[in-house]
Ligand binder design. Structure first.
Ligand SMILES: Nc1nc2c(c(=O)[nH]1)N[C@H]1C(S)=C(S)[C@@H](COP(=O)(O)OP(=O)(O)OC[C@H]3O[C@@H](n4cnc5c(=O)[nH]c(N)nc54)[C@H](O)[C@@H]3O)O[C@H]1N2
Ligand SMILES: Nc1nc2c(c(=O)[nH]1)N[C@H]1C(S)=C(S)[C@@H](COP(=O)(O)OP(=O)(O)OC[C@H]3O[C@@H](n4cnc5c(=O)[nH]c(N)nc54)[C@H](O)[C@@H]3O)O[C@H]1N2
Ligand SMILES: [Mo]
Length: 767
């Protein structure tokens, strides 16, 4: 039984503002984590789930994609926010057919994601019939038939199959196989809104869209840059790795508009000094950059590195590496001579000396790693920014050697694995050909819709069926008001979910909720016994994950099972793929993966090794680059940055300490000192004064976007409270998903088509 009833919905008037913290984790974090667990699922279930978290034979944390150590694991290999993610899933609160009988859709629509998520785990398949006011129970058989009827009467390119990054490798592989067997590459995923820019930039420059470092590399690095990332909240176990870097004498530099607590100091609760003292200072230097200034910063760093080489020839650049492995040095050097320092200072808001000091460190460091996350991937010029980071690393030969490389820190725990398994609207021919030959199907070759193109398709009434493997599409995507209108035009929406969210209450003409097992749940309804699944972390390590908790309802099916049943209903029994066999034995799925996906040979044996295995990464393993030229590419990027008219600010939308994307765990953004409300906007005190506003004032936020006719489109977010905050000048911050209403669908990153969630031009007016 759940120990505590859900809390009331958010009352924005309850906002409490305390001091900003310069210090992360410690005992307080462990206490918070345990309290949440016990409130949701009781002492025994909490202890059982946390004991298994990230341990061999246990389950992979559904929190983030940070890797597990290969050697000895500590008794508690989790963090506060991982524990909250587990409590959220292991809860004993349930959302039953009675719940849906009591709550009409009209009622549920008035609730926030916070309230919806707190109601508990979904227990039964539910259907909303056309014109219905309530979801009603439906059998699994009838639900699959309803999907089949709808999919089989439309052209496959009018169906969309979205994925969120928690989906296991096995489920992801089956899901894309189902979509392609049915006839579409419409496989948008959360990655389109997340690290797509990293994939685009890295594929172009080094021939593979994944990071190149291991945990060991982080520990050994001479210099680590943490750029556009808030690890204290979003990847807390990364702080443990950074503490190791420091203990080996490494130097850490944070580049961020905000002085995030975890970047400043960290107390590791598992070490005596962490419990007693103020812990370890993480960032030795903090560059408080303006939003969107990173391209200018890295262009300047590249230029300064070349100047240092000129001053002491033969000592700075890695000439052997550049000659053997890199294209484009002459053009890059020529371009660097044109750098305009005024632009650099305007774009970054930094002092020239700060940039020079960092360049000097990069010149003398024997190994450098650059880590980044959403602060770099969600801008119009994200792909050029990331290419520029790669340029700087290539100059000094910082790839494919110990302690050096690129580290895009992934979000969802298996988002990288899902892409490896074929969740992408534009998988390369090699993959599709292998898939076709393994299964005797003909996958379509026309590229499918990504997330933003799906939104555009929905707006034009071109999507008839929308299937979602996890996630919360309505709340996670930009332009909330337009997205909701688009969603309601769809004929059938199908949500395969663990918990209730906004995407169940903003739905198509007909809607299905298909409840599924989570990571921590035992998956044992198979003729060949209990099954495990596999995941790939941010550093390309693949390992198994086996849930142990008793599911909250007998009606839940595992994700692979739901897909095989849908596939059989839609594709019929004479389909060449043996869906029924794979449903019963996930080893068979893994054998097919081994035959189709590079790097998975002997998958079933290797994944049973206690540490799993690491996928090949040619630049890391052998300094080989799978680009058209066979070399890594230095790419020229024009110096650009977001231009903000006078009287306007640039808004970034980010995560509080108490949420997982659209899942709001609680209302305590502890490190930033903001509590019990979420509709806040953080602004620098000098900007607040200059705009004639004041701290705690109630304001409306209005985004401005060219309407193509010489005027501006406006989008409004009403009744937000100003919180005076030490962010860089001109840079404001508000929480996601509340701020998504302000982001135009068409405001996307060049090349990657990622919504620009971190750069929205706004004005702020008294409400
Ligand atoms: N607890 C918890 N863990 C999570 C998640 C969660 O919601 N909660 N989400 C998961 C997912 S899917 C992801 S993708 C990751 C996200 O992990 P992060 O990327 O750390 O998440 P955000 O909160 O979006 O933080 C963005 C950071 O970039 C900074 N920033 C913004 N704009 C700029 C800029 O222009 N330049 C620079 N240099 N910095 C900038 C912000 O100030 C902030 O510190 O975390 C994963 N882990
Ligand atoms: N403005 C703004 N927008 C953003 C971002 C931002 O920084 N700013 N960040 C973007 C990023 S980085 C990302 S990754 C996306 C996230 O987008 P999504 O991945 O779509 O969203 P989540 O909130 O992670 O999805 C949560 C839901 O997943 C379901 N779920 C949880 N576990 C499981 C499971 O094991 N199986 C299944 N089937 N369902 C499960 C639950 O029903 C839960 O409500 O949002 C993006 N949107
Ligand atoms: Mo993400």
């Amino acid at each position: 039984m759940a120990r505590k009833a859900p809390k009331a919905d958010i009352n924005e008037a309850n906002l409490v503002i305390g001091p900003v913290q310069d210090h992360a984790a410690g005992l307080k974090a462990v206490g918070v984590a345990l309290k949440r667990g016990v409130e949701e699922s009781g002492v025994v279930r909490t202890a059982r789930s946390l004991a298994r978290l990230n341990h061999r034979g246990g389950f992979d944390c559904p929190g983030c994609a940070w890797p597990d150590p290969m050697g000895v694991r500590r008794p508690a290999e989790f963090c506060e926010n991982g524990a909250k993610a587990v409590a959220e899933e292991a809860t004993l609160r349930t959302v039953t057919p009675q719940f849906f009988a009591q709550h009409s859709l009209a009622d549920l629509e008035t609730k926030t994601d916070y309230w919806l998520g707190q109601q508990g785990r979904l227990t039964h398949p539910m259907v909303l019939r056309s014109g219905g006011t309530h979801y009603e129970p439906i059998s699994w058989h009838d639900a699959c038939e309803l999907v089949a009827e709808n999919l089989n009467r439309i052209s496959p390119d009018r169906a969309v199959f979205y994925t969120s990054g928690r989906t296991s490798n096995e489920a992801a592989f089956l899901y894309q196989l189902f979509a392609r067997s049915y006839g579409t590459n419409n496989l948008p995923d959360c990655s389109n809104m997340c690290h797509e820019s990293s994939g685009s930039a890295l594929s172009e420059t080094i021939g593979i869209g994944k990071g190149s470092v291991s945990l060991e590399d982080i520990h050994q690095a001479d210099l680590v840059l943490v750029v556009g990332q808030n690890p204290g909240t979003n990847h807390p176990r990364m702080l443990t790795a950074l503490t190791e870097t420091k203990s080996h004498g490494g130097h850490i530099v944070a580049v961020n508009p905000l002085p995030e607590a975890g970047l400043m100091n960290f107390s590791d609760p598992q070490t005596p000094s962490g419990i007693i003292g103020r812990g370890v200072k993480i960032a030795d230097d903090f560059l408080q950059i303006k939003i969107g200034g990173d391209l200018a910063l890295f262009k300047a760093l590249g230029t300064l590195i070349l100047q240092a080489e000129k001053a002491s020839p033969g000592t700075v650049l890695d000439h052997d590496f550049l000659t053997q492995h890199v294209n484009g040095l002459a053009e890059y050097a020529h371009d660097a001579e044109q750098l305009d320092w005024d632009d650099v200072i305007t774009a970054t808001g930094l002092k020239r000396e700060e940039i020079e000091a960092l360049a000097a460190r990069m010149v003398s460091a024997s190994s450098i790693i650059v880590c980044w996350a959403m602060g770099l991937t969600q801008h119009k010029h994200s792909v050029p920014t990331l290419r520029e980071i790669m340029n700087v690393l290539l100059l000094r030969g910082m790839i494919g050697k110990p302690g050096a490389g690129v580290c895009p820190v992934r979000g969802h725990s298996n988002v990288q694995g899902d892409r490896t398994m074929g969740i992408w609207e534009q998988m390369p021919e090699k993959f599709l050909a292998a898939l076709d030959s393994e299964f005797g199907i003909s996958s379509p070759r026309k590229h499918g819709l990504d997330t933003v193109d799906t939104l555009r398709g929905m707006a034009h009434g071109n999507v008839d069926v929308f299937v979602s493997m996890g996630g919360n599409f309505v709340a996670a995507t930009p332009d909330t008001a337009a997205t909701e209108v688009g969603m309601r035009k769809i004929g059938l929406t199908v949500q395969i979910s663990t918990k209730l969210n906004r995407s169940h209450v903003v739905h198509g003409l007909q809607a299905l909720i298909l409840p599924t097992l989570g990571r921590s749940d035992k998956d044992d309804q198979h003729t060949s016994g209990a099954q495990f699944v596999t995941v790939e972390d941010s550093m390309s390590a693949v390992h198994s994950s086996r849930g142990r908790l008793a599911p909250v309802s007998d009606c839940l099916l595992a994700e692979p099972v739901i897909i095989t049943r849908l596939a059989q209903a839609v594709l019929g029994t004479d389909h060449p793929v043996d869906w029924a066999a794979m449903e019963q034995d996930y080893d068979l799925i893994r054998d097919h993966i081994a035959a189709v996906v590079t790097g998975f040979d002997d998958f079933n044996t290797r994944v049973r090794d206690k540490n799993g295995f690491v996928l090949p990464h040619p630049p890391r393993d052998s300094r080989s680059f799978n680009t058209a030229s066979g070399k890594a590419e230095l790419v020229l990027n024009e110096l650009s940055w977001p231009k903000v008219p006078a009287g306007r600010l640039l808004l970034q939308s980010l995560r509080s300490h108490d949420q997982y994307n659209t899942t709001i765990y609680g209302l305590d953004d502890r490190y930033r000192g903001i509590k019990d409300a979420r509709k806040v906007i953080m602004i620098n005190p000098d900007d607040v004064a200059e705009l004639g506003l004041r701290d705690r004032q109630l304001v409306n936020i209005i985004s401005e976007w060219p309407d193509g006719k010489g005027g501006m489109q406006e989008r409004w977010a009403k009744d937000f409270r100003i919180v005076v905050y030490p962010t860089s000048r001109g840079s404001a911050a508000a929480y996601y998903p509340e701020a998504n209403v302000l982001i135009p669908t068409d405001s996307v990153a060049d090349t990657s088509n990622t919504p620009t969630s971190k750069s929205v031009v706004i004005r702020v007016e008294a409400a």
